[in-house]
Ligand binder design. Structure first.
Ligand code: PLP
Length: 393
């Protein structure tokens, strides 16, 4: 069958590819340590599972409004008020089938053919593909490692053209764990105001911040910036609910209306029982979220120290999410590997440790290690990486 041009240019997700290869090796009997995962390793808290099960028993198994259950939207509105002092109405919230779907729908709703969206690199793998699928043009803006992989106002301004429609902020970041401060967001926001741009603020890792760092949303800077910003968030990472597929977008009523209309013709609505699960998650206190956050923080602090001892490896300490993004170029060069991708492939073949090459995120000197796995496996994984580097250099 002849495929459409739009799918022929799609780049398969590098994170899913490495996870699939690691799974295949495992299935073939190899002792693989997978550090590629993009999801928490905990099960969803049981009170959430119970609430979803109960909702089904009580007959909540039908369609909901395409933009989501009004009472879930209410809980999301309350969350915004409490966490970020942001005020939204029901018409300014859309519940989606995961944050990924919220992002997809945003690009479909705001981009015309040829519109540019500035994507700071390292970036989450789906942004450029989703922009292209909407007819837009991703403009990759590399951030400096020495700036903790965060873009500056000057860099952002220089990337703006007459075609720029929007830019993305992902804080905390996948893959770097970088977190923008309020002041930094304020200055990036100035660029949006100067050039009349939309800001897409992906805050899916909001709850996973460490070392007393604070998450801040660009929409909280001023009313003017709130109007320009579409926040994307969800329960996947905060409540370990990746498989439930519940995310949401908050922003200007007109955009949200258009997005809900698009959803009404594509998904109809996010799965009803999953929305009830998310409702229970947001109506509860955050002790389950905090317990997971603390576990991640403990792992990060232990593993980060171990990582810094590896020859030819340097790493900016992440402030959030659950990834480390070390620069391994010196180790790869010393081992005679042409690229970091080759280095990562050899690491998987020889030591059975799966890490994700940074090239998929627009950063060719780094690899992404997820610490959403047990401390013992992480320590064993790092031991193997050490052995691999020592053997190959
Ligand atoms: N945004 C970022 C930065 C992510 O890392 C992910 C998931 O990996 C998503 C969005 C998508 O989240 P969800 O599972 O809710 O679709």
């Amino acid at each position: 069958m002849k495929l459409a041009k739009r799918v022929k240019t799609l780049t398969p997700s590098s994170t899913l590819a490495i996870t699939a290869k690691a799974k295949a090796l495992k299935a073939a009997g190899h002792d693989v340590i997978g550090l590629g995962a993009g999801e928490p390793d905990f099960n969803t808290p049981s009170f959430i599972i119970d609430a979803a099960a109960l909702s089904m028993k009580e007959g909540e198994t039908k369609y909901t409004p395409s933009g989501g259950l009004p009472k879930l939207k209410e809980a999301i509105i309350e969350k915004f008020k409490q966490d970020q002092d942001l005020t939204y109405t029901q018409e300014e919230i859309m519940v989606s089938s995961g944050a990924k779907h919220a992002l997809y729908t945003i690009f479909q709703a705001i981009l015309d053919e040829g519109d540019e969206v500035i994507v700071p690199a390292p970036y989450w793998v789906s942004y450029p593909e989703q922009i292209k699928l909407a007819g837009g043009q991703p403009v990759v803006l590399p951030a400096q490692e020495k700036n903790e992989f965060k873009i500056t106002k000057a860099e952002l301004s220089a990337a703006v053209t007459s075609k720029t429609k929007a830019f993305i902020i992902n804080s905390p970041s996948n893959p770097t764990g970088g977190l923008y401060t309020k002041e930094e967001l304020q200055t990036l926001g100035e660029v949006a105001s100067e050039h009349d741009l939309t800001i897409i603020s992906d805050e899916i890792y909001e709850k996973l911040v460490y070392d007393e760092a604070k998450h801040y949303s660009v929409a909280s800077v001023s009313d003017e910036l709130k109007k320009r910003t579409i926040i994307v968030n969800g329960v996947s990472k905060s409540h370990s609910m990746t498989g439930w597929r519940i995310g949401y977008a908050a922003g200007d009523k007109e955009v949200i209306e258009a997005m809900s209309s698009l959803a009404s013709h594509s998904t109809s609505n996010p799965t009803t029982p999953a929305q009830y699960g998310a409702l229970a998650a947001y109506n509860a206190d955050e002790s389950a979220v905090e317990e997971m956050r603390q576990a991640f923080e403990e792992r990060l602090n232990k593993v980060y120290e171990q990582l810094l001892e590896l020859p030819g490896v340097s790493c900016v300490k992440p402030k959030g999410a659950f990834y480390l993004f070390p620069n391994v170029k010196a180790a790869a060069d010393a081992g005679g590997f042409a690229t970091v991708d080759d280095w990562a492939a050899a690491l998987l073949d020889e030591e059975k440790v799966a890490v994700v090459p940074g090239s998929g995120f627009g950063a060719h000197e780094n690899v992404r290690l997820s610490y959403a796995t047990s401390l013992s496996l992480l320590e064993e994984g790092l031991e193997r990486i050490k052995r691999f580097i020592e053997r190959t250099t």
